[in-house]
Design a binder for this molecule. Structure first.
Ligand SMILES: *Cc1c(COP(=O)(O)O)cnc(C)c1O
Length: 462
């Protein structure tokens, strides 16, 4: 009986923020003014904003109450100790270095561990993570399982590390050239796909044999823990919080963007178990972020994140969070729209190659699709294809990722089911008009992380 009942969010709305949709002409003008890059639109030009789940979550009344308890002392803020305790309790690491957001932690980790000529294997790249590894002189090597590159394959753990590929790399370059394996759960660029606990245990065993560290990109590790609870045999009766602790226990530290799982608008951290590495990182943070008891955050921000961590690991929160993403995904599947399967934890990814088989990757099909979606309904999404992949650091040529995706990213606790219905209808309309769509050409290309600021124009107008 129970199983057939609907579920609902474990909260009610206390404050609202009005939104509105511009006219079709205004949207077209805004698109041209922003160079067909959704990152360059103004927020006020957007109706439903699915650009990212980063820093866009709604905070709870308990978090907002915590904001009033900010201890803004330069050194030793009480909020830092609350944050430290929350991370130690729920993630299980010993030493915490606060940073202003995830990439601040990636910078510190790369500077402390990566030397020129090193290789950093990872389960698919992430934009800022790989860039910091490269800036430190390292080379990223993709060791995700091959099925991660197939958007139609329905595997439960498409984020897993390919342990054979990792062993081959170790044999080829030597363990001493691999400072750590960077493992992300869930895998953003693969469509929000999780890593299994079994894979983590085996990765731990393999790397321990070679004396290689494992560093977790913990940005969405709570969502990963939820998928383990739902999909992996033996975990159904365990809480998300317990699963998260075990998951982290197979790693030596983590970088974290608190702007995702941890339900805050800004914040992050680097966590380490090794005292010597911590000593180095807590010294470096003074150079790049701020003193080691605030790392670029106000005291109130640290309090909000400490409380956000506690809320983020609640089973009913995770059920509603991932449940909403799955609701949108299954609606699109029912409408016949090609998306990455299975539906990920934080976003639904449209398969732009399947939308526009008549475009080459040089015509930026995913960038074009995001633009068509905005033009149709004011819904803002993000390109995750050749533009995001950037250029090879040595050859200067485009990276051509197998996946050419548009990400519809759902902010946590922000939109309702009715908003999801509007989005699905708009995507279906754009899919219906796919045959007449044309690609883009890039007219401005920034040197670093070009997807944020690149500008485009249509190949054919009309
Ligand atoms: C967002 C993100 C980062 C970087 O974090 P910021 O807070 O945006 O600097 C790193 N890894 C993953 C997987 C992310 O999604």
């Amino acid at each position: 009986m129970e199983r057939h009942r609907s579920w609902a969010e474990p909260w009610k709305v206390k404050v609202v923020e009005p939104i509105r949709m511009l006219t079709s002409e205004q949207r077209q003008e805004a698109l041209e003014a922003s160079g067909y890059n959704t990152f360059l639109l103004r927020s006020e030009e957007v109706y439903i904003d699915l650009l990212t789940d980063s820093g866009t979550s709604a905070m709870s009344d308990w978090q907002w109450a915590g904001m009033m308890l900010g201890d803004e002392a330069y050194a030793g803020s009480r909020n830092f100790y609350h944050l430290e305790e929350a991370i130690q309790q729920y993630y299980g690491y010993h030493y915490i270095v606060p940073t202003h957001q995830g990439r601040g932690a990636e910078n510190l980790l790369s500077k402390v561990l990566v030397r020129p000529g090193d290789y950093v294997p990872g389960n698919m790249y992430f934009t800022t993570t790989r860039l910091h590894q490269e800036l430190a002189g390292g080379t990223f090597v993709d060791v995700i399982v091959p099925e991660a590159h197939d958007p139609t394959y329905e595997g439960p753990f498409k984020g897993n590390v390919d342990l054979c590929a990792l062993e081959e790399l170790i044999a080829r370059v030597g363990a001493e050239r691999i400072p750590y394996v960077c493992v992300a759960g869930t895998v953003n660029m693969a469509g929000g796909q999780p890593v299994s606990m079994t894979n983590m245990r085996e990765l731990r065993e393999l790397t321990a044999r070679h004396g290689i560290r494992v560093m977790l990109d913990a940005t969405r590790a709570v969502e990963n823990a939820y998928f383990i609870q739902q999909r992996e045999p033996g975990f159904h009766e365990r809480s998300v919080a317990e699963i998260l602790r075990e998951f982290c226990s197979y790693t030596d530290g983590c970088t974290m963007s608190g702007k995702k799982d941890a339900l805050v608008n800004i914040g992050g951290w680097l966590a380490l178990n090794d005292a010597v590495l911590y000593e180095e990182a807590s010294n470096l943070v003074v150079v790049y972020e701020g003193l080691h008891t605030y790392g670029g955050m106000a005291g109130r921000d640290m309090e909000a994140m400490a409380r956000g961590i506690v809320e983020s690991v609640q089973d009913d929160h995770m059920h509603a969070r991932v449940g909403q993403v799955e609701y949108l995904g299954h609606k699109l599947i029912d409408l016949g729209v090609p998306i990455v399967r299975p539906v990920g934890g934080h976003a639904v990814y449209l398969d732009a190659k399947a939308f526009y088989p008549h475009m080459t990757q040089d015509q930026f099909p995913a960038q074009a699709l995001a633009a068509y979606l905005y033009a149709d309904s004011g819904v803002r999404a993000m390109e995750r294809g050749v533009v995001s992949a950037g250029r090879d650091a040595t050859t200067g040529k485009h990276h051509y990722p197998k996946l050419e995706l548009v990400r519809l990213t759902i902010p946590r606790r922000v939109y309702t089911q009715a908003h999801m219905d509007i989005v699905a209808e708009s995507v279906a309309a754009v899919y219906g008009a796919r045959a007449g769509a044309s690609g883009l050409t890039m007219i401005h290309e920034p040197r670093y992380l070009r997807f944020f600021q690149a500008r485009f124009k249509p190949l054919h107008t009309g």
